[in-house]
Design a protein around this ligand. Structure first.
Ligand code: SAM
Length: 214
């Protein structure tokens, strides 16, 4: 019986998540400041943290900071985090939430900031892309240049954007774009997300890619 267990996400959270005052404070402060509740879900944040620990990641570039929830996950996993955020209110709230951790937040549009980081010759062990759907391919393209060889790119929320792109662009999707990119080897992992904002679980997914050449 492969039907979805009711409340599986809540069950996983209550079984697998340990108290983390920094993350709890981040969510409370972000809500108090009126930020939308769209940070990675707790199990997804834990997944990112485990991936970073398994890879021994020392530096992470993040596209889309919001209130800094995923930044905290990476920083607590031992990485120095460079995060890009377009919205000053989100950036200011995140700065409060990541206080004391090794996180820098660069204010601006990712497509303006990413080329500057490349110009400076910056290289990261891992790039986490979690911003607007429209520019996912461009963000991915810059991420390849900014990831060290053998490092990885994690592109979140892929299935909603695939559906959208497929309708608007006659079938060209982020998957076909990445599939043609000889610099990376990539896979799609579908996931099911439960969220307090939505009545039913939704299908989403992420692309994980290893950078083989620049
Ligand atoms: N990674 C965050 C977390 O898990 O806590 C959640 C990020 S939220 C889904 C997306 C964020 O990306 C928002 O704060 C939004 O303002 C920001 N954003 C959207 N488009 C952007 C862009 N083009 N450049 C930089 N930031 C952008």
């Amino acid at each position: 019986n492969f039907r979805l267990a009711p409340n599986f996400d809540a069950q996983a959270q209550s079984a697998l998540r340990r108290p983390n005052p920094k993350l709890e404070q981040c969510l409370a402060n972000s809500a108090a400041k009126g930020l939308p509740p769209i940070s990675v879900l707790p199990m997804a944040g834990q997944h990112l943290s485990i991936l970073a620990q398994l890879m021994g990641v020392k530096s992470v570039l993040e596209v889309g900071t919001l209130g800094g929830y995923s930044s905290i996950c990476f920083a607590e996993a031992g990485a120095k985090v460079t995060s890009i955020e377009i919205d000053p209110k989100h950036r200011d709230t995140a700065l409060e939430n990541v206080n004391g951790l090794d996180v820098e937040i660069l204010l601006g549009s990712a497509l303006e900031v990413l080329p500057k980081l490349a110009e400076e010759g910056r290289q990261f062990d891992m790039v986490f892309i979690d911003a607007d759907f429209e520019d996912q391919w461009e963000h991915f393209d810059w991420a390849v240049k900014l990831t060290r060889l053998g490092g990885c790119i994690f592109l979140d929320d892929v299935i909603p954007s695939m559906i959208k792109n497929g309708q608007e662009e006659g079938g060209e999707t982020i998957l076909t774009q990445i599939g043609k990119d000889e610099r990376v080897q990539a896979t799609l992992t579908p996931t099911v997300a439960c969220h307090s904002m939505i009545p039913n679980p939704v299908f989403t997914g992420f692309i994980l890619a290893v950078v083989k050449s620049h």
